[in-house]
Design a protein around this ligand. Sequence first.
Ligand code: PRP
Ligand code: URA
Length: 209
Amino acid sequence: MSKLVICDHPLIQHKLTFIRNKDTNTKDFRELVDEVATLMAYEITRDIPLETITVQTPVAETPSKVVSGRMLGLVPILRAGLGMVEGILKLIPAAKVGHIGLFRDHETLQPTEYYINLPTDAPNRLLVVVDPMLATGGSAIAAITALKKRDCEHIKLMCLIAAPEGVKAVQEAHPDIDIYIAALDECLNEKGYIVPGLGDAGDRMFGTN
Ligand code: PRP
Ligand code: URA
């Protein structure tokens, strides 16, 4: 079974409180999501492999570590996932970025794919699927399925807020995928919104409604 990692660093929890607040404006919402994405990127890269090289300091030659292994790729789920990309790139500037466009039907809550564009070497990369919200799990499951169909096997999922229903659904559909979240909320309401959640992430990020 995959890992569920709750990134509960005090700074992440502090910023998440302001992200949740309905009175936080679009500009501040965007900035806070960007900052939390940077902090979560630290956690998501905690287990990437290192190799030893030799470096010449001004004083002596010494063995020292550098990251090695698979290059990273970010795959935001449009729209709201876009708001997490820049924050992650601050820590991992060489990552390539693919995009998956999915929207959730308001009645059925089923995701519909409308766009996919991945780096040509995506199958060789560790791909991080990013989306602020993991509600029913339908969008994340569809995104991961779309990646696997294109021969991508090394995938992690990173979300800000998850409902227990969404975590369970992803774990059942894709038991090999580790999930990183900043908060595990109570439940979904009758409209498929996470409670207490933050509302509609895309609308809050882009000022639509
Ligand atoms: C939101 C959110 C996720 C999805 C989560 O996107 O950003 O992608 O819902 O819900 P699920 O786990 O039940 O699938 P939405 O479909 O509202 O699209 P948007 O980002 O374009 O607003
Ligand atoms: N998508 C959102 O943007 N918010 C939710 O609470 C659930 C799905």
